[in-house]
Design a protein around this ligand. Structure first.
Ligand code: 48H
Length: 269
């Protein structure tokens, strides 16, 4: 077969553009492609929700590739293993815990999320949110995201962004809790934390952090849920080091909470 460079170019442009146009109005926008974002994407897509995940870097996977200190193994507890089992990721028992190969875990999470129907937009960063106070609603809520190419951000070019609308957003930007920081700075409203502000990540205490990651997986501003490390950073809890059960379960919990909300909205309308 003769190769036609023009067809190859057109295929990429048309297919990518169509994918993007089809995902300008979402059930759920996920900001960050680390383990919690990928797990949330998987469960939401499996539930037939229209979901897109925006990741600043070339590769999804966030901090999971490197295991602990670049020893590319992760550790999970029994509850976390259940998520890995469901996704078909092999685990091996180790003194009451389980280990998994960080590369197998990361690639499989990404692959399962995509195969379930989640669309990943890598090399894009979320630089702002759209906040609206619609008629009949008590408080302002996030209704969309402002996105730009990571290359534009990196080169510090003055290029205006584009937008996407979403009924719900998940901030899974990790330790930096980037989306919530933007909302704190720009919304002029209190966050749904004790202080109304981002409470900040505390130092390492694995046992407590693993529990609080799940407790802190909740709505942190109307329309925005936090999961993974961003949940603990927003609500002021500890980090846990390279144990990943909390990250996986947190992504799953965020998906379940949002599915409930979407179902409530459907019943009301
Ligand atoms: C687009 C963005 C933006 C943006 C950031 O850090 P992550 O792996 O996050 P989690 O919460 O899924 O997992 C945390 C885990 O990896 C970890 O760090 C642990 C368990 N630490 C414990 C400890 O004690 O240190 O992934 C976040 C992703 C990254 O890929 C970023 O590039 C991406 O979000 N991201 N993408 N727009 N504005 N901000």
């Amino acid at each position: 077969m003769k190769l036609d460079e023009q067809v190859i170019t057109r295929a990429i442009i048309e297919r990518f553009t169509q994918k993007w146009i089809d995902h300008l109005d979402l059930d759920v926008a996920i900001v960050g492609g680390g383990p919690s974002g990928l797990v949330a994407a998987y469960y939401l897509a499996k539930n037939a929700r229209k979901v897109a995940l925006f990741e600043r870097k070339l590769s999804i996977g966030g901090g999971m590739w490197g295991g602990g200190m670049m020893f590319n193994q992760i550790v999970v507890q029994d509850e976390g293993k259940e998520v890995l089992d469901e996704l078909g990721i092999s685990t091996h028992p180790f003194e009451g815990y389980h280990t998994a190969d960080a590369v197998e875990a990361t690639t499989t999470l990404g692959s399962k999320a995509c195969q379930a129907g989640a669309k990943v937009f890598n090399l894009m960063c979320v630089e702002d949110v759209i906040i609206r106070q619609t008629h009949g609603q008590e408080s302002a809520r996030v209704v969309g995201l402002v996105i730009n190419w990571s290359a534009v951000e990196k080169a510090q070019l003055a290029v205006d962004p584009l937008t996407v609308h979403a009924r719900f957003t998940i901030d899974v930007t990790g330790h930096e809790t980037e989306l919530m920081r933007i909302i704190e700075r720009k919304s002029g409203s209190r966050l749904l934390t004790e202080t109304g502000k981002i409470m900040g990540e505390r130092s390492l205490w694995a046992e407590v952090a693993e529990h609080t990651t799940l407790e802190n997986t909740r709505e942190a501003f109307p329309g925005v849920y936090v999961a993974g490390m961003a949940a603990n950073a927003t609500f002021g809890s500890y980090r846990m080091g390279p144990i990943f059960g909390g990250m996986l379960l947190s992504g799953k919990k965020a998906a379940e909470l949002i599915i409930q909300r979407l179902e409530q909205d459907t019943n009301i309308s």
